[in-house]
Design a protein around this ligand. Sequence first.
Ligand code: ADP
Length: 259
Amino acid sequence: VGRHPTPQAGPQSVPGVKRIIAIGSGKGGVGKSTVSSNLAVALARKGKKVGLLDADLYGPSQPRMMGVSGKPKSNGNDMIEPLSAHGVTIMSLGLMVDPDKAVIWRGPMLMGALQQLLGQVAWGELDVLLIDLPPGTGDIQLSLCQKTNLSGAVVVSTPQDVALLDARKALDMFKTLKTPVLGLVENMSTFHCPNCGHEAHIFGHGGVADAAKELELPFLGALPIDLDTRLAGDSGTPIAAGDCDMAQSYANLAQRFID
Ligand code: ADP
């Protein structure tokens, strides 16, 4: 992905970017990428200049969720031009590698690639850059949190106990790294049956709010299991770009990030 960044001591800022917020989860499949893309779109709809960096290097899903494709080009100044969709500036390693090939890289290569995606992409002036982290608490998350000047992190979890145990590990990692946790989001919270209106708690309900209270962290909101959210993500136009109740829920979530 171009030349290597110069190693420097201390956490790096990204020139022109006011706030960098990492979005993490204890394990995969809880909707971290879905929440990241929708939050990015919802913030953009509120007039914010938003960037989205897909750092989920082993399973980059932002190109599909945001509906972008094609290899980003160099702008002639040795910087990579990011792509743009739904008002959001986007970069993903998924755009730089063959989508059908598995990424088989050693840790240092992945970290080098990530540092480049932060430092050698022409992000421009941004109010906020959201980083969709890989799930869990591995070396990539650790190194990214240590090397990047983060304003804070958001943790996405399902209410299910197991997910929550994993989520606690992610929270613990941020605490150890002294990355402020801006709050917790409960995803796949409830399911409203579209036929009979019955509300089912497939993965439980309220567990994340309870954990937030116990850990004295802000609870940022609960998002239901919603077929249209999944379909929208698969189609490349996040649900937050529309006018439905879910879009409103994401607008409400986005409001929590606006001072
Ligand atoms: P992660 O980034 O945590 O691995 P994803 O965002 O990729 O999770 O979500 C995993 C799958 O679940 C995707 O197919 C996504 O569309 C779906 N999904 C995520 N959140 C919801 C939701 N609230 N309702 C329905 N499907 C969801």
